[in-house]
Design a protein around this ligand. Structure first.
Ligand SMILES: C[S@@+](CC[C@H](N)C(=O)[O-])C[C@H]1O[C@@H](n2cnc3c(N)ncnc32)[C@H](O)[C@@H]1O
Length: 718
């Protein structure tokens, strides 16, 4: 690393040039240290459970790391803090995420208000021992400026009081309430100082027994806009394509591939290798293989240990990389964790690839892995190859569907779900997706799913049965067919600010928070997805203006039928002109979609398309309820038919069918296409009157259905 100014260079007594450590550099180095140490094993710590021993190990390692690069004094416990140089003045603290606290003595009561008088550098780690390897995953690294090391609660109260104009006597009261020791005079002097010089928000909890604990959750969440607390995450600023796989996990995957799949590739390729943990693990597990790592980011490639035998690193863009120079007579393992980004959400490093991406993905906004994986499959499908990719489960499923639709033959396929919050600290469902080519072709068009904790135990299987896709093929209820009733989606207007209202004291208020005085003629009660949580919904506080009775109806009729409404629409025309969708061009003014005779029927049975665990609701009210375009519904003229349909759709039978067909990690798990597959006649063959009675009870509804109603409903479907 080169110094940026001359003052930063020191000449030591022996005449060597060394660099001066500054606070900024300390913070950056601490972050680098965390990244470095998270990626290697710490075998000295195997089996060590004493937090103090781990703390001392990390502290010493970091001090050594600094000493190798900088001219810096390291303190001893006898001398006080760890980095005592006046311009650094920092103590290092190490704490486990499982017990995120640290304690140390403090000297005066003023420290509780104005801080410890020195900065704190805090490392928070999680230790995992796996198969005789110890890994330290640094969760946070935080630098807390001295002024921020006061007591969290006390500084918070004092700051608030001063903001509200508290007097000296009030401050003294608070100090007393907080058991701050001192006589009246001492507290008075302290109160005057606090008023003149209010403390900064502190992030420790300091007890009067002269011990402190870090309020690290508050500091991490950075409750207020502050300077002086820097965290690992902030500096790390992770982009979607930066989630590097930890070494313990790349080790686990490589071992699994070797031991369970018994592969022995001569060439291993990691298409977006980043800092190369898969490369490291693969070189240990498959020492005889030639390994190629490709990444667009040279800085990441530079971090890979060049002494690893048989590796070749290639700094290229995977979107344009040509795989055809590999001799396809070899056996391959193509492994890794392709980046997550889409054309509309490009990472910095890919910003200049926007045009490539548009062309390659047909201008679709697909996740880039969904392009990379099929591309690699096309290249290697006729060779002896194992693909093992970490990806979102929605990508493995889409890639599997493409594989089947394009009639590509494979000899093994499996989805092993992984614990993404633990590995990558993300909530998204992710998996290790394995496909093999070159062996005996599998005829089943399904993919087994297991979990990383027990990869050989089959949880379930997804795929095609008689050309229909199921998210779980086990024991599918035989009600798949064609729904006799017509599913519709709710109203779409793309102009919520003007078209949607709440009713407050009988006054309509639009989404610009303006009171609106228009006729009630075209105003209808509105329900959105989030309101469909009960089996019967007959109340709402939302309303919508419905300008048409059917698609493309001329809207000029509003001028005479509801003149105030017409004026309101005209006054706000600019909002309608801003609507982006091309479907509004060449349509009458103020047009809407998702509207027809069905919208005005008195009874509807509706479902929220986005929800993971939805319920079918019977929707009714004095004036027809409209649904927004995130909902799907059936409409009815009579209550009984609507009611019994609602019971059928909420029955265990239909629930199970939906569980086997809905793709829960997709944007709209309950799509219209899926709902149209629920065959009511087939349901009626399997659902007795008693089954529906039970459903009614389970939904905690008042008894309404009886055998006569059930039988006359059934007749409609004969
Ligand atoms: C999610 S990280 C995974 C890194 C590594 N495979 C792992 O599992 O730890 C994705 C990597 O893709 C790289 N990358 C992003 N866009 C790329 C591109 N267009 N071509 C090649 N590499 C790319 C990033 O630099 C990053 O290192």
């Amino acid at each position: 690393m080169l110094p940026t100014t001359f003052e930063e260079i020191f000449i030591t007594k022996t005449g060597e040039l060394t660099m001066k450590l500054t606070i900024n550099k300390l913070i950056k180095e601490a972050i680098e240290f965390c990244k470095q140490e998270s990626n290697i094993t710490h075998d000295e710590l195997i089996g060590v459970t004493d937090g103090k021993a781990v703390g001392t190990y990390i502290e010493h390692k970091f001090e050594e790391y600094l000493k190798n690069k900088y001219d810096v004094t390291i303190g001893s416990s006898a001398k006080g803090i760890d980095l005592p140089d006046r311009h650094i003045n920092t103590d290092i603290k190490v704490t486990s995420i499982k017990k995120p606290q640290s304690s140390s003595s403090f000297k005066s009561i003023e420290q509780k208000i104005y801080g410890l008088g020195y900065n704190l550098l805090i490392f928070i780690y999680e230790k995992t021992d796996i198969n005789n390897n110890c890994y330290l995953d640094f969760k946070h690294c935080m630098f807390l400026e001295s002024e921020r090391s006061g007591d969290y609660n006390l500084t918070k109260i004092l700051r608030k009081m001063i903001e509200l104009g508290a007097k000296e006597a009030d401050i003294i009261e608070i100090l007393k309430d907080n058991d701050i020791p001192g006589d009246e005079e001492a507290l008075k002097i302290l109160a005057q100082r606090i008023m003149k010089n209010p403390p900064k928000q502190g992030y420790l909890t300091i007890s009067n027994a002269f011990q402190w604990r870090l309020r690290y959750i508050n500091a991490i969440n950075l409750e207020d806009e502050i300077q002086g607390v820097y965290t690992y995450e902030e500096y790390n600023g992770k982009e979607d394509d930066e989630y590097q796989t930890p070494l313990f996990f790349t080790d686990e995957i490589c071992n699994y591939l070797k031991n369970e799949l018994e592969i022995n590739p001569n060439i291993i390729i990691e298409p977006t290798c980043g800092i190369g943990n898969f490369i490291k693990s693969a070189s240990k597990t498959f020492p005889k293989s030639q390994i190629y790592g490709i990444d667009i980011d040279k800085e990441k490639l530079n971090k890979i240990d060049s002494t690893i035998p048989n590796i070749k690193l290639i700094n290229e863009n995977i979107l344009t990389f040509k795989f055809n120079h590999f001799d396809k007579k070899n056996s391959f393992l193509i492994i890794g964790n392709p980046p997550y980004f889409t054309k509309n959400k490009l990472s910095k490093i890919n910003a200049k690839n926007k045009t490539d991406l548009k062309v390659l993905t047909n201008n679709e906004n697909i996740d880039i892995s969904e392009y990379i994986l099929p591309n690699i499959i096309d290249e290697f499908k006729n060779t002896k190859t194992t693909l093992a990719f970490l990806c979102k489960t929605k990508i493995s499923r889409n890639v599997f569907i493409k594989l089947v639709r394009n009639k590509i033959e494979y000899s093994f396929i499996k989805q092993i779900n992984i614990n993404s919050p633990k590995i990558y600290k993300i909530k998204e469902d992710t998996c290790l997706f394995i496909i093999q080519f070159g062996g005996k072709t599998l005829t089943d068009k399904t993919c087994k799913v297991s979990e990383i904790s027990n990869p050989s135990k089959r949880l379930y299987e997804f795929g095609f049965v008689e050309d229909k896709f199921y998210s779980n093929i086990d024991d599918i209820p035989p009600i798949d067919g064609k729904c006799e009733l017509e599913w519709r989606h709710g109203v779409k207007h793309d102009c919520a600010k003007i078209m949607e209202f709440t009713l407050e004291n009988n006054q309509l208020i639009n989404k610009n928070y303006e009171p609106v005085n228009i006729e009630k003629t075209l105003i209808y009660p509105l329900l959105k997805s989030g309101q469909l949580k009960k089996p019967i919904v007959d109340e709402t506080s939302k309303y919508v203006l419905i300008t048409q009775k059917k698609i493309k109806q001329d809207t000029n009729y509003i001028k005479t039928e509801a003149p105030k409404t017409w004026k309101y629409l005209k006054d706000n025309k600019e909002y309608f002109d801003k609507r982006k969708s091309s479907s509004y061009t060449n349509t009458p003014e103020f047009s809407i979609f998702g509207i027809g005779d069905y919208s005005f029927k008195k009874y509807k049975v509706a479902i929220a398309g986005f929800c993971k665990n939805p319920i079918f609701s019977l929707v009714t009210g004095d004036k027809t309820f409209m649904l927004d375009d995130s909902c799907y519904f059936l409409s009815f003229d009579d209550y009984d038919t609507a009611y019994i349909t609602m019971l059928i759709l909420n029955s265990e039978l239909v629930k199970k069918f939906l569980n086997h067909t809905a793709i829960l990690d997709s944007k709209r798990p309950f799509s219209k296409k899926l709902l149209k597959r629920i065959d009511i006649s087939k349901c009626l063959e399997l659902l007795s009157y008693n089954d529906l009675k039970n459903t009614e009870e389970n939904l905690e509804l008042k008894a309404y259905i009886n055998e006569d109603k059930y039988n006359s409903y059934k007749k409609q479907f004969e």
